[in-house]
Design a protein around this ligand. Structure first.
Ligand SMILES: *Cc1c(COP(=O)(O)O)cnc(C)c1O
Length: 402
């Protein structure tokens, strides 16, 4: 395969190499095909692009700044380190970029009811937010266990007018919530749109979510050109399902001289059974309507993921990452809970930015590898979320009473 064609994936059937596709029941197929048809129609439509752009500017707060992290740069003593500050978006993370795109598509399709699934609650909050904005009812499926663990986000969703449906089947967490959402969709074909929160699910979702997030990398290209007069040398991001990483990387995939590192959550360690590193520690299988790398047992049972950061706690990964992994276009590394916690504190003290625990994983690896790059190099890391949501976890880990 020619190196300069990465941006053109997936193919018309939704495959990134052997990954992706549409592994759904016959009853779901017509819905998926309808979403694909409508998305293909609007994605280059001027009115749609202008409307999305309008809301991204006036509601989400885009473009997010590109910030030179001077004290971290000095401390590490090597390359220039920039943060793409998507944590400054409305609702505190990158997820709203995608939710805004999908709800505008749902409206164009005449849908009047929105469903979503959420694990940590971040995607649920972003979906409930855009539903309130456009006055559409919002139903969020969430595992019983996650409802207990993530009570602040459950409360936020309720304030925003969403209905939370507790899922008590299976492991009572994200993967079961995804199954329930798919089931709801099949039974409410006429009026319902399913907003998926990461670059996973059946085709066209992985490509569509990536496209909506790719505003991140497009802005970086322009912003860095303005301040440095050139493109970056290395891009870094954390990975749960992979949407913020693809959002940053996609614009640059065909610039073969630009290096990319994505960071998975190694939890207690890759060699334990408590981590969320689907690529480093998993193998290919089918989940949530697509073929991709998954955490699974020897008998093919999906295993629960673990991470200190609830947003990285997903047993799969978007199919495009599985492809980029096998192609070796992107390097996949990992950081443990402990390393992320240290990087979290480091960022607070050196830059006055309280990061979410998710990007703290990327920062942990950045700290380790910066010494391999000379002073004339430029690294851009996606600061994809803010840490307000994580302060109780952190306090607990550090054994501090608040
Ligand atoms: C949800 C979330 C993630 C993980 O999702 P991706 O699709 O991998 O980006 C990472 N960071 C934050 C702040 C999140 O809210």
């Amino acid at each position: 395969m020619l190196k300069n064609t990465y941006k053109s994936y997936p193919n018309e059937k939704g495959y990134f190499g052997q990954f992706g596709g549409r592994y759904v029941s016959e009853t779901l197929m017509p819905l998926i095909l309808e979403v694909e048809k409508e998305y293909e129609k609007i994605k280059n439509d001027k009115n749609f692009i202008n409307e999305l752009d309008h809301y991204l500017k006036t509601y989400v707060g885009r473009p997010s700044p590109l910030f030179l992290a001077k004290r971290i740069t000095n401390d590490l003593g090597g390359p220039k380190i920039y943060f793409k500050r998507d944590e400054l978006n409305h609702t505190g993370a990158h997820k709203i970029n995608n939710c805004m795109g999908q709800i505008l598509l749902a409206k164009k399709m005449g849908k009047t009811r929105i469903i979503a699934e959420t694990g940590a609650g971040q995607h649920g909050v972003a979906t409930a937010t855009v539903c309130a904005l456009f006055g559409l009812p919002c139903i969020v499926y969430m595992g019983e266990k996650d409802i207990e663990r993530q009570s602040p986000n459950v409360f936020r969703m309720k304030l925003l007018g969403a209905e939370i449906r507790s899922v008590s089947t299976g492991s009572k967490s994200l993967k079961d919530a995804m199954n329930e959402a798919l089931r709801d969709w099949v039974t409410n074909v006429q009026d319902t749109f399913y907003i998926i929160g990461t670059a996973a699910g059946p085709h066209p979702y992985p490509a569509m979510v990536r496209d909506f997030q790719s505003i991140i990398g497009k802005e970086v290209r322009e912003q860095l050109e303005n301040v440095e007069g050139r493109a970056p040398d290395l891009l870094m991001a954390c990975i749960g399902g992979g949407s913020n990483a693809l959002g940053l990387f996609h614009e640059f995939l065909d610039d073969s001289n630009i290096e990319m590192i994505a960071v998975e959550a190694a939890g207690h360690g890759i060699n334990t059974d408590k981590h969320a590193a689907s690529l480093t520690g998993g193998k290919p299988g089918v989940l949530h309507g697509n073929k991709t790398y998954l955490l699974q047992s020897n008998t093919g049972q999906i295993q629960e993921a673990h991470s200190i950061s609830a947003g990285l706690d997903y047993p799969g990964i978007g199919p495009e990452h599985s492809f980029l992994f096998e192609e070796k276009r992107v390097k996949y590394m990992s950081a443990t809970d402990k390393e992320a916690l240290e990087a979290f504190q480091y960022c607070c003290k050196l830059e006055g930015i309280i990061p979410a625990l998710e990007p703290a994983h990327a920062l942990a690896v950045l700290k380790k590898i910066a010494k391999n790059y000379s002073k004339d190099k430029i690294i851009v890391m996606n600061m994809c979320g803010r840490g307000d949501k994580d302060i109780f976890t952190i306090a607990n880990e550090l054994k501090i009473k608040i």
